[in-house]
Design a protein around this ligand. Structure first.
Ligand code: GLN
Length: 483
């Protein structure tokens, strides 16, 4: 079998099990693709040498011999894990994140470490201290972020799956801008042990793949409680989400169309047209479409701004030049060491966020900013959960427009922050959502997302899969990576 950019995990599993190809041949083939295309794409910070890879499980394991990539915010034992930051440039993780350990136990083989925004702070991949990843559909455009490298690598067929992490949309937004599937599970469904924290109350690990089936397969293998993460849900993993993928909708399915999201200012007309087509497709498949409004969504970008910065300031205090990573050698006093290590080690976007985070947490301001944001967040959750009394799932755009040009928002941080407008509400509320491709505007991919109540991943995958089967966008790949 020839491995192509469009090859899915499902196809690979079939040929591996039939012994038409060996895991080593699969890995070598992907390794070659990575070496050929990464130069131009900048998706990987590191492609592991084949002789250093671990093949730990037997052929019965669900992901036996399937290579993939891990975002550089997730720890891999014995490998550099830098969060695409200079401050962790020499940090070699002494342990595997739980998700990495579970992938390996399921037979999967991580073959590299992907670029991202520094400490996952960004929506374009451009804040990485090392390189800028390009969008495989147009190399002058961003792939989205912060899981920029993971999305670009899967979209270009350099790997069939990749892990990302998201706090405000960092898996779904790049998935949509690169034309692939991105899942954001219920908060706590996957262990965060070994995910370097950005904003702990919304951080989750998510999966990027070409198809809904592949995504359901990988996410299910990672799901479930882990004694090492006390915020985890009491769910016994692994889970099999693929059994729900029948190609049919749940009888009587009600999809809520969030009118204030679809009519939001600034959505590209081409994107709106594609989203409307998806709604028609669902109607044709038998779903009942219910229009509703979620007024608290209007506050989500502001609430996310406060909460993410505040929690980041607290989490990133540990990078001080004493324990991990970069340490400024010229410093004479401890105070200088902190100041210079952090001043040199962190990039501009991270520093800006830490300043804001410390400010919104400071005495006299914490109630005004942080506590108010937490109050609004609780109201948002109540509003979303009450919507689920009337509908099974909610339909949203992912990104207001297709991928933008590299550098487009260099002088417009507000526009960059508004990239999270449709994604961060889901993180604040803690519910699951999956982004799925729904066509192209001027040759650039567009996605939609379905969100559901806590732990409704199975229903979301079932519903996304039924749509995907009718349109098959995953068969498209950028011309230059075709072979
Ligand atoms: N773009 C958002 C931010 O910069 C989301 C990032 C993320 O989900 N990690 O905070």
């Amino acid at each position: 079998m020839t491995i192509r950019a469009t090859t899915t995990i499902k196809e690979l599993r079939a040929v591996l099990r039939a012994k038409e190809i060996s895991p080593c041949e699969v890995i070598e083939s992907y390794h070659r693709r990575c070496k050929t295309y990464n130069h131009e794409l900048g998706a990987f910070l590191e492609i592991f040498k084949p002789e250093t890879l671990e093949y730990s499980s037997g052929e019965q394991a669900p992901l036996w011999g399937i290579p993939g990539a891990i975002k550089d915010t997730i720890c891999q034992q014995g490998r550099l894990t830098t969060c695409a930051s200079k401050i962790l440039e020499n940090f070699v993780s002494p342990f595997d994140a739980t998700v990495v350990a579970r992938l390996k136990a399921a037979g999967a083989v991580p073959i590299g470490r992907t670029n991202c925004d520094e400490f996952a702070m960004g929506s374009s991949g451009e804040t990485s201290a090392y390189q800028k990843t390009k969008n495989p559909w147009d190399l002058t455009r961003v792939p989205g972020g912060s899981s920029s490298g993971s999305a670009a690598a899967v979209a270009a067929g350099l790997v069939p799956w990749a892990l990302g992490s998201e706090t405000g949309g960092s898996v779904r937004q790049p998935a949509a801008l690169c034309g692939i599937v991105g899942s954001k599970p219920t908060y706590g469904l996957l262990s965060r042990y070994g995910l370097i924290a950005y904003a702990s109350s919304t951080d989750v690990i998510g999966v990027l793949t070409r198809t809904v089936y592949d995504n359901a397969l990988v996410l299910g293998a990672l799901a479930g409680a882990d004694g090492k993460d006390s915020t985890g849900l009491p769910v016994q993993g692994p889970l099999d989400y693929t059994r729900a993928l029948t190609g049919k909708l749940k009888p009587g399915l009600k999809i809520g169309i969030v009118t204030n999201a679809l009519q939001a200012q600034g959505i590209d007309a081409g994107v709106t047209k594609l989203l409307e087509q998806v709604i028609l497709d669902y109607q044709k498949m038998g779903a009942e479409i219910v229009e509703l409004a979620l007024p608290t969504m209007e506050y989500s970008a502001a609430v996310y701004f406060m909460i993410s910065r505040a929690e980041a300031a607290s989490n990133l205090a540990r990078f001080d030049g004493v324990r991990y990573g970069y340490s400024c050698k010229e410093a004479k006093t401890l105070e200088d060491l902190y100041e210079q290590t952090r001043g040199i080690g962190f990039g501009r976007e991270v520093i800006k966020r830490l300043l804001i985070g410390n400010y919104v947490l400071s005495a006299g301001h914490a109630d005004q900013f942080y506590a108010s944001a937490c109050t609004v967040r609780r109201m948002m959750r109540a509003e979303f959960l009450s919507a689920f009394k009337n509908v099974d799932l909610l339909f949203f755009p992912v990104s207001p427009a297709p991928a933008f040009k590299l550098g487009a928002f260099d002088n417009d941080p507000l526009q960059m922050d508004l990239q999270d407008y449709f994604t961060c509400p889901i993180n604040l509320v803690g519910i699951p959502a999956v982004a799925v491709p729904c066509g192209f505007v001027d040759g650039l991919p567009v996605g939609f997302q379905l969100a559901g109540p806590d732990c409704s991943e199975e229903l979301i995958f079932q519903t996304c899969y039924a749509y995907e089967q009718t349109r098959e966008w995953y068969k498209q790949v950028p011309d230059w990576v075709r072979e």
